[in-house]
Write a protein that binds this ligand. Sequence first.
Ligand code: DGP
Length: 111
Amino acid sequence: MSCIFCNILKSNDKSKWIYETDKCCCFPDIDPKAPVHLLVIPKLHIESLSDVSSENADFISDIFSSIPKIVSKVGLKSYRLVSNNGEDAGQSVMHVHFHILGGRSLGWPPG
Ligand code: DGP
């Protein structure tokens, strides 16, 4: 099965990546919804958060320990972390990812 994010991981083009560990990477969203809109993805194909288990949780844990470093690197003090899971929640890429949104005032609740 073809996965856009797996293809990004397989490509040798890291020119837009702003952060990387052995388990995750971060790059700008192609369709930004805020002045800063980054995606953090695991370097393992996990379809959604519902598929996280003790077998792969270290990839998600690595994302959470990376986020403070990522937001510090891009100078965000306030930001929103979003993960859409399932089609009704707006997930369009079936590879777990976290949106980091910031750089403007963000409304609540989201639509
Ligand atoms: P979601 O709708 O929550 O599954 O978010 C998927 C996001 O992925 C969406 O905001 C657009 C982004 N996206 C889709 N394809 C690409 C791509 O090829 N490159 C980048 N940088 N982002 C992508």
